[in-house]
Design a binder for this molecule. Structure first.
Ligand SMILES: NC(=O)c1ccc[n+]([C@@H]2O[C@H](COP(=O)([O-])OP(=O)(O)OC[C@H]3O[C@@H](n4cnc5c(N)ncnc54)[C@H](OP(=O)(O)O)[C@@H]3O)[C@@H](O)[C@H]2O)c1
Length: 261
């Protein structure tokens, strides 16, 4: 299935900016994009950067003009923004609104739309974002496959688990930050630490992708750990001295927060 002819966005903040830039990078994947005038700075910049972008101050006009509509407002205002809008039966509606229950969204939308939820990440701007999508929907997957790749979830439980996993982003950079701090405390200039760690982590992520889905991460970990060597020692310490426990507890707790709402 191909991406839609005309896609509309209600809420033009950071994630809409990233999605539109990804969709319209050369070669553009969609011919026309309509974004809400709010937020004003981002919508104006998108319209000046891309001739395919038009801006509308009327959310209802965006719904009326587009077969596929992305809802990209903050959860706090979602009900007030969505409830008054009139959607069409059969319309494709993609909500990227975090922390919002599907049943509530369905009720606010009202019509019998194809409603999917998705968790795009900022890297969609470079067409390198992996996006969890629920439920599986070919039209929604076609959009996020352009922006990187879509992982379609069969159940809400799967979707919630990927939402929990997506909460590791700050920790990834946090590990780099704490390691840089440690290097600096031990006498290395900070810029050298940063210059070393970013490519090190990038190379490791690339190795995990190149290994493909059939090779367990623990096998890759062993490949990078000589018997009795430094890597083996640090992972054993991490695993046995509280690192794995802290990680698992943090994921359990974030999953609980996701499923309790
Ligand atoms: N940023 C991410 O990486 C990311 C990733 C996945 C999901 N999400 C989710 O996506 C949603 C948007 O996130 P964001 O980071 O893009 O937030 P954001 O930068 O705050 O953007 C939200 C936009 O919604 C606009 N808005 C508020 N009321 C509106 C209305 N009545 N009609 C139309 N637009 C209205 C705001 O405009 P004003 O500036 O004029 O108030 C603002 O530009 C959130 O639910 C968030 O959880 C974000």
């Amino acid at each position: 299935m191909s991406p839609p002819e005309r896609i509309g966005f209600v809420g033009t903040g950071s994630i809409t900016d990233a999605m539109v830039r990804g969709l319209l990078a050369e070669p553009a994947a969609v011919p026309q994009v309509v974004v809400s005038q709010r937020g004003a700075d981002i919508s104006a910049k998108l319209a000046s950067d891309f001739p395919q972008v038009s801006v509308s101050a009327d959310n209802q006009a965006i719904i009326d003009d587009c077969d596929t509509v992305v809802l990209a407002i903050r959860p706090q205002v979602a009900e007030d923004v969505i409830r008054p809008l009139r959607f069409r039966d059969g319309q494709r509606v993609i909500s990227v609104i975090a922390a919002t229950d599907r049943l509530a969204l369905t009720e606010w939308v009202g019509a019998k739309v194809h409603l999917t939820q998705a968790i795009p990440l900022p890297f969609v701007a470079r067409r390198k974002g992996v996006t969890a999508v629920f439920p599986a929907d070919a039209g929604t997957a076609a959009i996020f496959d352009v922006l990187g790749n879509a992982v379609e979830c069969e159940t809400k439980a799967e979707y919630d688990l990927l939402a929990a996993a997506s909460s590791l982003m700050a920790t990834y950079f946090g590990i780099m930050y704490r390691t840089t701090e440690w290097l600096v405390d031990n006498g290395l200039p900070e810029e050298k630490g940063r210059a070393y760690l970013a490519p090190l982590f990038a190379g490791l992520s690339e190795a995990a992708i190149l290994a493909g889905p059939k090779i367990d991460f623990i096998e890759i970990s062993r490949e990078f750990a000589t018997k009795g060597g430094l890597n083996e020692q640090v992972f054993r310490d991490f695993d046995q001295k509280g690192g794995t426990g802290a990680l698992t507890r943090a994921l359990d707790s974030v999953l609980k927060r996701i499923t309790d709402r």
